[in-house]
Write a protein that binds this ligand. Structure first.
Ligand code: PEP
Length: 248
């Protein structure tokens, strides 16, 4: 196992309600302390209440997207300045659901990552191939292209981001990548980062895609897997806590 401290981030997607969130957060809080860093990325409207619940803890919170723009006539968008005001430590950018459903390009994702960093919000930049791309032998090319746009845009700040490898075919399907498949891609991503920054060894590369209590430890045992971005299993305190413990 590497010396990098693990990071486990829950991606709640468009789930939750005030009572359900309060129960979930208190379940997570009650299980502290964790040996890993832990965060939850919640829907925008729940950020203030989440911040209030977590403010005195070491659990961080964040958003699931962030505008590339500073301010202006961008109806429905939320800026990184607003996220910073709400105490967000993280913003997920380039999740495959946004790339696919909202047509987000590699460059837009990179611009969002830059906007987040500009306000001290750490972008969690998601990359990953579809099943068709994997079957066509295009995995390495796809993730390299996605990461390359961010590397060029962030330039000397590149080491400040977190990268999440999320194969699209593994998200929400119950079919996780094997630890070996995930490690293979993480190693490629680390090598690409090494060519861009002397701090690549310190950077956190998360795996995401059907991470559950029963597969987390094997994934975390791989040398370039520094934690997880967790969707479905982040909505049940007992499962999320078990994954956080597996990272410790
Ligand atoms: C995600 O949406 O980022 C994700 C990894 O989802 P799941 O864990 O449900 O596959």
């Amino acid at each position: 196992m590497s010396a990098r401290r693990k990071l486990v981030v829950g991606n709640w997607k468009m789930h939750g309600s005030h009572p359900a969130n309060a129960e979930l957060l208190s379940g997570i809080m009650a299980a502290r302390p964790f040996a890993a860093d832990v965060a939850v990325c919640v829907p925008f409207p729940y950020l203030p209440a989440t911040a209030l619940s977590l403010i005195d803890s070491d659990i961080r919170w964040g958003a699931q997207d962030c505008s590339a723009h500073k301010q202006g006539a961008y109806t429905g968008e939320v800026s990184s300045t607003m996220l910073a005001e709400l105490g967000c430590r993280f913003a997920i950018v380039g999740h495959s659901e946004r790339r696919a459903m909202h047509g987000e390009s590699d460059q837009l994702v990179a611009d969002k990552a830059l906007a987040a960093l500009g306000q001290g919000v750490t972008p969690i930049v998601c990359v990953g191939e579809t099943l068709a791309q994997r079957e066509a032998g295009e995995t390495a090319g796809v993730v390299k292209r996605q990461l390359s746009a961010v590397i060029h845009t962030l330039a000397h700040c590149v080491s400040e981001m977190v990268v999440a490898y999320e194969p699209v075919w593994a998200i929400g399907t119950g079919l996780s990548a094997t630890p070996e498949q995930a490690q293979e891609v993480h190693q490629l991503l680390r090598a690409q980062l090494q060519a861009a920054t002397p701090r690549a060894e310190q950077m956190k590369l998360l795996y995401g895609g059907s991470v559950k209590p029963d597969n987390a430890a094997a994934l975390f045992a791989k040398p370039d897997i520094d934690g997880a971005l967790v969707g479905g299993a982040a909505l049940k305190a007992v499962d999320f806590v078990a994954i956080c413990r597996a990272a410790g």
